[in-house]
Design a protein around this ligand. Sequence first.
Ligand code: BDR
Ligand code: CA
Length: 320
Amino acid sequence: MRKVILDVDTGSDDSIALMLAYLSRQLDTLGVTVTWGNNSVEDCVENTLRVLDFMGAKIPVYQGCSAPIVRTLDEKRLAQNPGNAIWFEEDGVRYTIHPKVLPLPDAVSKKEEKHACSYLVETLMNSKEKVTLIPVGPPTNIGMAFRMEPRIKDHVEEVVFMGGSVGMGNVTPTAEANFLHDPEAVKIILNSGVKVRIVSLNATSSAPLSMEMADEFADLNTKYGKFAHDIIKLRAKVSKHLGWTDGSAEAIHDALAVATLLDPSVILESKRYATDIICGNDPLDGTLVVKEDETSPVEIVLKADARKYFTLLKKAFENE
Ligand code: BDR
Ligand code: CA
C-alpha cells in the first residue's frame, strides 16, 4: 500500500478527501497534518479530528502553521479565507462553503503535541519507504518542511497537490486559492525538483458532481453517504446563491487529488510542464507560469472523468 500523509485545511471538500483516503482502504495514511486556509488552523484541526472520529480512524493529527511562510496573515488575507469570504444569509441562517465547524459531533480525539512540520521532517527522514504527500490546502507546512530539511526530498515519492490552475482562477482571474494563499511555499516545493502532480482547478472544475450523484450518495443509506450528500448540497447552495454555478453540479476539489492515486484513469488529460509561480505585489500573484516540457518532474492534471470520480467516492461511502 502506498504510504501517504495528507495536509489539509478541513474544510468541506477536505472532509471528503479524508473520507476517500481512509475508506478506500487502498492507502496507508500515516498521519494528517493541518494547515491554516479555509478557516484558522485551530478550527481546521477540530474539523479534521471530527472527520477522523466519525470514521473511527486512528490516524495521528498534527497542527501546523497558522499563517503563510513569508506573508502576514493580516485582516485583508483573513477576510479572503473562504470560511469568512464565501457565505450568504437566508432566513437568519448563515450558509458558508467551509463551515467553521463541520456538522459532526465534537472531536473526542486529541491532536498530537508535535508540530506538523517537525512530524513531516522526522517521519520522512526515518521512513524506509518513500511517502506520498497530498497537500490540499495552502502548502505552508510542506514548504516549511522542505526548508527545515531539504533532504526529505529523497524520501518523498511524489507531492500530489490540489491547487493551482492554468489560465483560470477562483480568487483572482488567474490564481487558485490554495496556491495564492502561499505561493512562496509552492515555489519552494517546485524548486526542490521533487516529483509533483498538480491536480489543478481546471481538472476539479471539469469534473463536478451533479445533485443526482449527491442523491445517490444519500440513497446508500450509510452515514458517510448521508454526510457527503449534505456537504455537496451545502456547497452547491452557496455556489448557486453567489452566482458561480446554476446549482446543478458542484466541484469537490480536494478528493480528486486522492482519486488520482486510487485510479489514475480518472485523469482524462494531463501534461508535463516546466513550472514556476508568480509571488509578490503583482496582479498575477499566485499564478502558475507554465511551459510544456516532457522532461519536467511536474505533471499538471487538466481534465478528469466525473463519472469515474463519482464511482470511487460511492464505493468508499458504501462502508458501514
Ligand atoms: C481549494 O481551496 C479551498 O477552499 C478548498 O478546500 C480547496 O482545497 C479550491 O480552490
Ligand atoms: Ca482544502
